[in-house]
Design a protein around this ligand. Sequence first.
Ligand SMILES: Cc1cc2nc3c(=O)[nH]c(=O)nc-3n(C[C@H](O)[C@H](O)[C@H](O)COP(=O)(O)O)c2cc1C
Length: 237
Amino acid sequence: MLHSWDAFQAANRFRRAIRKFQFRSIPEGDVRALLAEATFAPSSGNMQPYQLHWVRTPALKASLAQACNGQKAAASAADFVVFAASPAIGRRTAEAQLDHVEKSTVLGPESKAYYRKQIGKFQRVLGTGSSVFWSPFLMLAAWIRPTLSLLPVGHLGSRQWAARNAIFAAQTLMLAAAAKGIDSCPMEGFSASQVSKLLGLPRGTVIPLVVALGYRADDARIEERWRLPLSESVVSH
Ligand SMILES: Cc1cc2nc3c(=O)[nH]c(=O)nc-3n(C[C@H](O)[C@H](O)[C@H](O)COP(=O)(O)O)c2cc1C
């Protein structure tokens, strides 16, 4: 295996939340390459319950920047990727994955049986399990046992689950961008209802993150990086 620690560390250190980009576009092929890498992010049951909306037309970019509360990063971004997630997208993936499994000439009977069972489980969770009917049960369960708060159950739990999965794709995209010398800014400061309307997202879709892409401006404010000491953020057992 190719040992790529140095390359990974360089990309990870290069990636900063950049709030001011140059007035310069990103080659289309580069953005396509980043999007393709982002789809290799891991997801629960490989359900990929999200879509990446690449916003590149000037008029839509301007409206999106406004919907991002006029943030500087958004105002100067060359491109945007909006992460839209929902249990409904997960359900579609489950069907597509099942179809892939059934038609596969490579997977053996044991593997096929495993995937059928696994996909069936997710179909139940994302189907009836995502109904609002279950939401009070989750509230109660999480109150009694807070560790159960993240169960993908009910209309809120299943959307939180979908959003959580999308975040992996977002981070993969930003690290891929960094590896190409492209900067990014993850943003949660936006009007979700406005962004949803601009992109025509179906009801039930949530937007965990909007990522602005571009090349850092010479006068972009990049402060010294601060993190909790390892003794605080890492607990050894
Ligand atoms: C979920 C999430 C939401 C964020 N939202 C914003 C935002 O709305 N605007 C912004 O300027 N930065 C935003 N950031 C960037 C963080 O402020 C930044 O990642 C953090 O300060 C650490 O800096 P670094 O990314 O340069 O290491 C967000 C980051 C994350 C992970």
